[in-house]
Design a protein around this ligand. Structure first.
Ligand SMILES: Cc1cc2nc3c(=O)[nH]c(=O)nc-3n(C[C@H](O)[C@H](O)[C@H](O)COP(=O)(O)OP(=O)(O)OC[C@H]3O[C@@H](n4cnc5c(N)ncnc54)[C@H](O)[C@@H]3O)c2cc1C
Length: 415
């Protein structure tokens, strides 16, 4: 075995996703020899799925604004995001010939709308910098001595000597792409603490059976309030989609970031269909509508207040017969209708599967990693980057930016 840190010993990058590729490129361009080990037949398979195949690779936000989009482990990322900013990501790709375009929410995509082109730039640059890429090679163990990285052992028992190693194995969502959570095991075996990895940006399962009939319904301009037991813990405004005993779409995915199992039954969502109106205003508004349509059916009277697609759901949940004549509706029924419009209840029963989760939040505890270098505080010469780490962000290109920033920082620090 070559002596650790010896001249001929390479830096080993474990995992060929965006974090691993960026770390490999940055290490190699500083003159170090790099070998990247990827367990799948090709690197960066997940990258091809990103942004529905278009890859929202970063944003035009400033680092401090990206930090606001990180819902767990945000403070850990300051150094990385300031050393390799969204602007640096933009320049990295544009300098290598990839034209980018900005879309709603200050999201950046390749002008070609092809995630494949993002992957191509990373792979071509890695090859140009002399990174040796081995595919179909699964890392089984990182071997240390004296709390320092020595070797990286792969399936079949072979071991590669390593002057340093970068763990860039991603999370555990979409395991078919290769990110199956093996990095958590590799790190915890070396004594790292794990913040329980949780699927996030994932659809939520809900108890209410009315969702079955309403499946396919998209609710727009609503406020979703998330309660844990009786405490409101998060709220968001926007749209979500109803499916059978499930909700998905932008705001449902955001809410999922604030739900941790296994006690899902303690989480409840209240959907405010009229967030712009206070309960009092809504009550007066309903009274006006019911006066105007006093001899008409209840379902008709809701016509001014709610879009057509929502009316059947509200009528059903109100328990008031759609054909009741408006002037027969009691004050008590009006009160409960207001309560319903201000908070349709959805009880959480779980999360969608790992094949539906965009990311995994949690992972290697930020406290075990030096945020200025990405080096482990437990094993010298081991650097951890990307989604395998604890921090995680909402959608908007931020998770890829985190992968690039942490990968770049590690690559800049390896000796
Ligand atoms: C459907 C979908 C859409 C998404 N869209 C976006 C988006 O538009 N914008 C955005 O910012 N983020 C998006 N994300 C999230 C983003 O893809 C991830 O956060 C990002 O890929 C993480 O990069 P990574 O390099 O840390 O890990 P990964 O991309 O997961 O790469 C890890 C690599 O390590 C390899 N590996 C794992 N274990 C081993 C092992 N033991 N030995 C060797 N190799 C191993 C895996 O095969 C994989 O290639 C999306 C995710 C999904 C699933």
């Amino acid at each position: 075995m070559a002596e650790n840190g010896g001249k001929n010993t390479k830096v080993i990058v474990i995992g060929g996703g965006p974090a691993g590729l960026m770390a490999a490129i940055q290490t190699a361009c500083r003159g170090r020899e790099v070998r990247l080990l990827e367990k799948e037949p090709e690197p960066a398979r997940k990258l091809l799925l990103t942004g529905e195949g278009r890859c929202n690779l970063t944003s035009t936000l400033r680092p401090v604004e990206v930090i606001e989009k990180v819902f767990t482990g945000a403070s850990f990322l300051y150094s990385a995001l300031y050393q390799f900013t969204p602007e640096d990501t933009r320049r990295f790709f544009e300098d290598r010939g990839l034209r980018l375009k900005e879309e709603r929410g200050r999201r950046l995509y390749p002008a070609s709308d092809r995630a494949e082109d993002v992957k191509k730039v990373l792979l071509e640059e890695a090859v140009r910098q002399g990174v040796e890429i081995l595919t179909g090679v699964e890392v089984k163990e990182i071997i240390t001595s004296g709390q320092e990285v020595r070797e990286v052992k792969i399936s079949g028992g072979r071991a590669f000597p390593a002057r340093a190693a970068v763990l860039a194995t991603g999370g555990k969502s979409y395991p078919g792409t290769g990110s199956d959570g093996s990095g958590y095991r590799l790190a915890s075996r070396l004594g790292h603490n794990l913040v329980e990895p949780e699927l996030a940006l994932v659809p939520l399962k809900v108890k209410e059976n009315w969702t079955k009939e309403a499946a396919g319904l998209k609710l727009k301009n609503v406020e979703l309030r998330l309660f844990y037991q009786e405490n409101k813990i998060f709220s968001s405004y926007g749209e979500f989609i109803v499916e059978e005993n499930k909700i998905t779409g932008a705001e449902a995915l955001r809410l999922s970031c604030h739900i941790t199992g296994p006690d899902y039954h303690n989480y409840r969502i209240a959907v405010d269909l009229k967030p712009a109106l206070t309960g009092e205003k809504l009550k007066r508004r309903l009274q006006r509508d019911f006066d105007r349509y006093s001899n008409k059916h209840f379902k008709t009277a809701l016509g001014d207040l709610l879009p057509a697609y929502l009316r059947p759901v509200v009528v059903r949940l109100s328990g008031i017969s759609p054909d009741r004549i408006c002037h027969q509706i009691t004050a008590g029924e009006r009160e409960s209708l207001v309560r319903l419009l201000k908070g349709i209840e959805l009880n959480v029963t779980g999360k969608g599967s790992e094949n539906e989760a965009i990311i995994t939040a949690g992972g290697i505890a930020a406290a075990d990693i030096n945020p200025g270098t990405m080096e482990s505080r437990i094993v010298r010469g081991l650097y951890c980057t990307g989604e395998v780490l604890e921090p995680a962000a909402y959608t908007g290109g931020h998770n890829l930016q985190i992968a690039f920033s942490t990968g770049y920082l590690a690559g800049s620090q390896i000796n």
